[in-house]
Design a protein around this ligand. Structure first.
Ligand SMILES: *Cc1c(COP(=O)(O)O)cnc(C)c1O
Length: 485
């Protein structure tokens, strides 16, 4: 345990700012006024807001302590499957904070925004190249928003072809946002089961694909962390009946520089810049879910589009078949700057290397823990691997107990109880940025916890024991949150 990154230092208590407030205490000293004091009409100003009265040090300590109660990629390993919580190089933050980018105003007009527009244009080109597609929109604000954009384009495509379709095929290993996005477009989701190996079998798709089906949404790599190796054959089946293939590319971190989804039968794909392309996420901050399309779908892309003529850029809105606007202005520009900076600083070779390492790290964990935790699908995995609590059932220890105990060892728990196809799932995504030493510490922590499950199950049931708050009644915590320290 001493070798683990878990807590051994102090965790400070911290009252509310209101409780720290003392009459007359102040964090600023303004120069004496050299004009006469004038009382304002209270009818106009109302009562002055009541604010806590604090010194500068009170405020600095308050926020520093609160930040130390938090956990992030910068403080420790965060192996949250499906989320790609990798380390984001600080240079990307520096570039996004540059005055020319951070201070750019969407009303400046094309003429004064050429640099920002060049960045957007080039980023679209890079993402098209990485994914193997014809064109890209940067407008959607998140992965699920990208899915909505893609499904609206599929809908518009079928309308243009003269016949709307009513259904969409969605496998059991798709991300949960997929059926939600399809439903928002008015489609009925047709659920299909994956084969025994955890991937789709072409026969299953052939059996349900018909001419009233708009297409299929495939998460690849899927939520079991497995590559859908029959994707090309499946795409042929769907295309033969006039359908289109939507690719959920949120897991591009596993295949960058290795597979181009545009070359294996996918027609439209979204990426998560806030996963693969180095924007910090997890706190609900701005994200970006660009969508890449084939030539046939290009006319349906959202407007405005950024175009390059000779050496200048302009925003274009006269696109008759567009699905319209999905976001105010052009999307989340700051996230685009980070992705652009990331791609340029990595280069093609290192992007490929990142994916290779992400896959290697996940397979290392899979092989190291497979006798310790049950591994329902024992195939070479992509960027993540999915275990469950089958072996611990006899000791009445669950995935939740083990996840909570990991906090005591200094790790953010992996994703639990997702994907739904694995009962009691424990889904680990180490990402490429963790070192072997850190991954070994994680593996050792899981092994120690599994040993505790046999030796001291009562203790495990109460975990976490070293955190600021210990095991919560999660229902009460969600329904009646207590936000005091
Ligand atoms: C994260 C994720 C999404 C959703 O992305 P958001 O940005 O959270 O909307 C969709 N599909 C997959 C496979 C994902 O991992």
């Amino acid at each position: 345990m001493n070798q683990q990154p878990g807590r051994s230092g102090l965790i400070f208590n911290e009252p509310l700012l209101w409780e720290k407030s003392r009459e007359g205490r102040c964090a600023i000293s303004l120069p004496n006024s050299d004009v006469d004091r004038v009382e304002l009409d209270p009818e106009l100003t109302g009562d002055a807001p009541e604010l806590p009265q604090l010194s500068e040090l009170d405020v600095v300590r308050h926020y520093t302590r609160l930040s130390q109660w938090n956990f992030g990629v910068d403080s420790g390993m965060y192996p949250l499957g499906s989320c790609t919580m990798k380390y984001n190089p600080k240079t990307n933050e520096v570039q996004a904070a540059r005055q020319g980018f951070a201070g750019a105003h969407p009303f400046s007009g094309d003429e004064f925004s050429q640099g920002a527009m060049a960045l957007m244009y080039n980023l679209e080109q890079y993402l098209a190249q990485i994914t193997g597609f014809n064109a890209v929109t940067l407008q959607p604000a998140a992965g699920a928003h990208g899915e909505l954009a893609g499904m609206l384009m599929i809908h518009a495509y079928h309308a243009k072809m003269g016949k709307q379709r009513s259904k969409i095929i969605i496998p059991d290993t798709a991300h949960g946002t997929n059926p939600a996005s399809a439903t928002l477009c008015g489609y009925e989701s047709i659920n299909v089961k994956s084969g025994e190996k955890g991937i789709l079998e072409p026969e299953i798709i052939a059996a349900v694909m018909d001419e009233d089906t708009a297409g299929i949404m495939v998460t690849n790599p899927n939520t079991l962390g497995l590559f859908e190796s029959n994707i090309k054959e499946i795409a042929d089946i769907v295309h033969a009946k006039g359908g289109l293939v939507y690719g959920d590319g949120a897991n591009m971190n596993a295949i960058m520089g290795i597979v181009k989804p545009g070359e294996i039968g996918i027609d439209v794909l979204h990426l998560n810049l806030h996963k693969t392309f180095s924007t910090p996420h997890g706190g609900g901050g701005p994200g970006s879910g660009p969508v890449a399309v084939t030539k046939a779908l290009e006319p349906f892309l959202p407007i405005p589009r950024v175009e390059k003529k000779l050496d200048s850029y302009k925003f274009v809105t006269d696109c008759p078949d567009t699905i319209g606007r999905l976001h105010t202005f052009y999307g989340h520009f700051g996230v685009m700057v980070r992705a652009y900076s990331y791609i340029l600083s990595m280069g093609a070779k290192e992007l490929k290397n990142a994916s290779t390492l992400a896959v290697l790290n996940a397979n290392y964990i899979k092989e190291s823990l497979k006798g310790t935790l049950n591994l329902p699908y024992d195939l070479p995995c992509m960027h993540e691997c999915v275990f469950n609590d089958e072996f611990q059932k006899k000791d009445h220890i669950t995935t939740m107990d083990m996840a909570k105990r990991l906090l005591d060892y200094g790790f953010h728990p992996p994703t639990v109880y997702f994907p739904l196809v694995v009962e009691g799932a424990f889904m680990v995504e180490p990402t490429e940025t963790e070192s072997k030493e850190d991954i070994d510490q994680f593996i050792n922590a899981v092994k120690a916890i599994v040993k505790e499950a046999k030796d001291d199950p009562e203790k495990l049931k109460k975990a976490p024991l070293l955190t600021k708050v210990t095991r919560l009644d999660e229902v009460t915590a969600a329904r009646k949150p207590c936000l005091r320290g």
